[in-house]
Design a protein around this ligand. Sequence first.
Ligand SMILES: [Zn+2]
Length: 118
Amino acid sequence: MNGEEMRKSWNGMSEEIISGIAEWRLQHPQATFREIEEEVDRRLSVLRATMIADAALSSAQTEWANGSREALCPACGKPLEKKGKKKRSLQTRGGQEVELEREYGLCPACGQGIFPPG
Ligand SMILES: [Zn+2]
């Protein structure tokens, strides 16, 4: 996903979320300040998690695609061998689960496997 695609995807998603919050407010005219805050946070955390995952994947893809910035083993400094894509689950601070599918690298010298850029 390039920068333009990310912008379009995030724009579309944020419009849906904003409409959803406005709709929810109409259906919950008695909601307290706290309830409104929780609902807005809950909906925005989905966009937040998506943005983090997309941005993280975008930089990882750039790193691997660009030959001049080869991913190096953090332990011994040797270039990592690509071992195909693997999934990795991360938790955002907002408590959302983010699944990243990206290149997995294995060090031919010491056998350490990592997901660059970390
Ligand atoms: Zn190594």
